[in-house]
Design a protein around this ligand. Structure first.
Ligand code: BDR
Ligand code: CA
Length: 317
């Protein structure tokens, strides 16, 4: 099984993604690392510990990540209006009894990449501060990490924070640009793909009726997420962002990808915009676009297959 570290801001779709990964024999979750986004970092850490307790997987370490953006200067945008004040659908869960490990998220990523060079995949489901810190703290990290699969960006479609930016990229655009230009093997799954992957009310009813512990837990916390989609998009369904990113790491044949240089806008009203440049014959004078390593960006997805895999695995006990 492929070793994965999930960098996460749980988060309702993060919770689904973590459970999906734990239910997937193709991957071995070797750690969770936490980041602000849907909630502040300290709550993300509590939620990560809590979700592992729900899953009965307290053997998996949790490393706490950065509390601030990479430039330290950006005001955090916390999406409690999407996931609830507690990040997990306002269910008043008891605090976890576990504690995070001593290492920071970035230090843990570096340690694991050193221990298993080329074998570790980081699946990043929140703003990219921790991954960018690992790249900055260890110049060899980009080469030693096997792959970075990230949920982020909105390639040629509107964002979900504003017309330009998707939330995880908007959370720390400078960090995202560091990741995309690092030379690591980067795979991006953005809103252009995840806005096609919808869990319906019928699916949620199936989760509710299932005896599986993950399905039972999720059917409760999903209420808040459904209400947000109804209000925000007039939709009777929810987007499966983070679970789709997990599946990109597990079975890339569920999607197709375009390869090119990705840059992130860091200023102005389009701050957080992601741009993919896939021309093979490049305009030599634009070195900020041409002299950079490429990433792979998901462009199509077999949405029914993704939803089915997510449902099947989450309903298993
Ligand atoms: C991303 O932002 C967060 O709200 C979700 O958990 C997902 O990672 C979608 O833009
Ligand atoms: Ca997330």
């Amino acid at each position: 099984a492929r070793k994965i570290i999930i960098d996460t801001d749980p988060g309702i779709d993060d919770a689904m993604a973590i459970f999906l990964a734990l239910q997937s024999p193709e991957v071995e979750v070797i750690g969770l690392t936490t980041i602000y986004g849907n909630v502040y970092t300290s709550l993300a850490t509590r939620n990560a510990l809590h979700l592992l307790e729900v899953a009965g997987r307290t053997d998996i370490p949790v490393a706490e990540g950065s509390h601030v953006t990479i430039t330290k200067g950006t005001k955090l945008r916390i999406a409690s209006f999407v996931h609830g004040a507690d990040g997990l659908g306002n269910q008043n869960f008891l605090p976890p009894s576990g504690k995070p490990i001593e290492l920071s998220a970035a230090a843990f990523m570096i340690e694991q990449a050193n221990q298993y060079p080329g074998e570790v995949t980081v699946v990043a489901l929140g703003p990219l501060t921790n991954v960018a810190l690992a790249i900055e703290e260890d110049p060899a990290f980009a080469e030693k990490i096997g792959q970075i699969v990230l949920l982020g960006g909105a390639f040629l479609v509107n964002g979900n924070v504003n017309p330009a930016a998707e939330a995880n990229i908007f959370g720390d655009p400078e960090a995202a640009d560091i990741v995309f230009t690092s030379g690591a093997d980067v795979v991006a799954v953005g809103l252009n793909v995840t806005h096609q992957v919808v869990l319906t009310e019928l699916d949620r009813a199936k989760l509710e009726q299932s005896n599986g512990k993950f399905a039972q837990y999720l059917s409760k916390i999903l209420d808040v997420y459904f209400a947000y989609h109804q209000e925000s998009y007039l939709m009777k369904g929810v987007y499966l962002h983070d679970p789709t990113a997990i599946l990109a790491a597990i079975d890339p044949s569920l999607m197709t990808f375009m390869e090119g240089v990705v840059r992130v806008q860091t200023s102005g009203i389009t701050r957080g915009l992601t741009i993919l440049y896939n021309r093979q014959k490049r305009f030599g004078e634009y070195t900020e676009w041409t002299d950079k390593p490429t990433s792979k960006v998901a462009v199509t997805v077999d949405a029914p297959a993704v939803v089915k895999l997510v449902m099947d695995r989450l309903m298993e006990s």
